[in-house]
Ligand binder design. Structure first.
Ligand code: FAD
Length: 479
């Protein structure tokens, strides 16, 4: 029997839906199976709705300091419901946008929960769990439950919040990102467990609007994957904004009461502390959605909880591929999307470059923003590399001063022998937009010389990037 499809994709997040579009562009007959929300976690509960919340918080922050800019305001206020409504509307818009893109690219949407019965055979049934937000309507033109066949199947089922045993989220007092995204009321005090990007973004949002926030981190530094110097600067700025941090600290248990939660914390020093708040956000990472897909029966290999893939997205079972969060870290939307391109083009028989994970940028959209790509200084030294390190503070940048944002740093790391840009680490205003300049530079394998010969527009924050490069070679001008 002929296959119904060239490709079936399970999961319509940024990995899955972009894979579907690329496959359609390459002439494949494609279907995508989704059980809950078109556009995945990213657009519905992750990247985009958090940025909408953070934008409200940012404007509130500017309003609080209006006089600094020669402006008067009656003092800022906020309407939590309206902030959440805006964020949810934006999520809905993204969801609808992806439905439109599927239609435009003639991709069939199959609505339901998928399970692989055999390689190339996908059973679609009723979702085993109710959707988090039932009011998101399922797409109008959709296929339903049944068995579908395809020559190739891509698994793009994403991830969900990781849960620590004994500190299970209850949706009331202990939240995951789902509840933190649309709280019923504003908590006056908040404990955040975990200082990765998700924990820090929520800490930043709630603090900006006035909550007392304490972040508890197991490791010695906040934003543990970032360069230590950048992380320390971000911490200092956030402490100045009133966020409290406990690092080298483990939450051993959480007591619940009518008024809130108390986290029992064990510090590395052996000391113990109790931290109370109205709510606790558990942001201790995510866990891959590998269950219920029939992977065990098919013999699809997992590695540390993720589907094991080669550099082109192949699993160990022919015709079964995996991309995005379910295929392991870094758990980022742009990594999922890039893997989607590599995998689909490989399926189409094209010659493609594998993903270089060292060149995947990471951004945290807190106040101040943090962005990075490549090796941290510590990692470069651990690798025994001889390096040159450049640093340029925003206080030497005219645009940063004009914006009223003089607290920031650009740090560059070069191979001393070859001039190869090994890493770039930024903290400060708009650095999540700036980092891409360094990503392109690394991807094109530029050296310090190419960067020094590049003209940067004035006055822009990007000039701090050039100065960061110049400083590595003892040539910074404005400091
Ligand atoms: P997902 O987006 O998780 O999509 C998987 C889809 O598969 C889901 O829609 C799910 O319903 C569906 N599915 C699962 N199992 C089945 C099944 N059996 N049958 C049918 N459908 C199924 N990343 C960034 O790059 N930048 C950010 O700023 C950022 N911010 C974030 C903020 C938060 C609060 C969170 C939680 C995440 C954030 N992320 C961010 C991470 C980002 O959301 C993920 O990396 C990204 O969504 C992964 O895409 P994906 O396609 O692999 O999976």
């Amino acid at each position: 029997m002929a296959d119904q499809y060239d490709l079936i994709i399970i999961g319509a997040g940024p990995g899955g839906y972009t894979a579907a579009i690329r496959a359609a562009q390459l002439g494949m007959k494609v279907a995508i199976v989704e059980r809950e929300h078109m556009a995945g976690i990213c657009s519905n509960w992750g990247c985009v709705p958090t940025k909408a919340l953070l934008r409200s918080a940012e404007i509130y922050g500017y309003m609080s300091h209006a006089e600094k800019y020669g402006l008067t305001s009656g003092g800022p206020g906020f309407d939590l419901d309206a902030i959440i409504k805006r964020s949810r509307q934006i999520a809905g818009q993204m969801n609808n946008g992806v439905q439109f893109l599927m239609k435009k690219n003639k991709v069939d949407i199959i609505w339901g929960e998928a399970r692989l019965a055999a390689p190339g055979v996908v059973d679609v049934g009723q979702p085993t769990k109710p959707p988090v937000e039932p009011q998101h309507p399922a797409p109008k033109n959709r296929l339903g439950e049944g068995t579908y066949k395809a020559r190739n199947v891509i698994i793009a089922t994403g991830a969900r919040p990781r849960v620590l045993p004994g500190i299970e989220p209850d949706g009331e007092l202990i939240w995951t990102y789902f509840e933190a995204m649309k709280p019923a009321s504003f908590p006056k005090s908040l404990v955040v467990m975990g200082s990765g990007a998700i924990g820090i973004e929520f800490a930043s949002f709630y603090r900006s609007l006035g909550a007392e926030v304490t972040v508890i981190e197991l490791l010695p530094q906040i934003l543990p994957v970032e360069d230590a110097e950048i992380s320390a600067l971000a911490r200092k700025r956030m402490e100045k904004r009133g966020i409290k941090f406990l690092t080298d600290a483990r939450v051993t248990k959480v007591d619940k009461s009518k008024s809130g939660v108390t986290a029992h914390v064990e510090l590395k020093s052996g000391e113990t502390q109790q931290v109370s708040g109205e709510r606790l956000i558990s942001a201790v990472g995510v866990q891959c959605n590998t269950e219920g897909l029939g992977l065990e029966q098919l013999g699809v290999k997992l590695e540390r909880g993720a589907i094991a893939i080669d550099e082109y997205g192949r699993t160990n079972v022919p015709g079964v591929w995996a991309i995005g969060d379910v295929a392991g870290p870094p758990m980022l939307a742009h990594k999922a999307e890039h893997e989607a391109m590599i995998t689909v083009e490989t399926i189409a028989g094209q010659k493609v470059h594998p993903l270089d994970r060292r060149r995947v940028p990471g951004c945290t959209y807190c106040e101040p923003q943090v962005a990075s790509v490549g090796l941290t200084e510590a990692r470069a030294r651990e690798q025994g590399r001889e390096i040159k390190v450049g640093r340029f503070p925003f206080v030497g940048n005219g645009k940063a001063i004009a914006l009223g944002e003089p607290d920031g740093l650009v740090k560059t790391i070069f191979d001393a022998k070859t001039g190869e840009l090994l890493g770039a680490h930024l903290v400060g205003a708009e650095v999540t937009e700036l980092i891409q300049g360094f990503v392109i530079a690394m991807n094109l394998e530029t050296t310090e010389e190419d960067l020094i010969h590049t003209v940067f527009p004035h006055p822009t924050l990007s000039e701090a990037m050039k100065e960061g490069v110049l400083d590595a070679y003892g040539r910074a001008l404005n400091i």
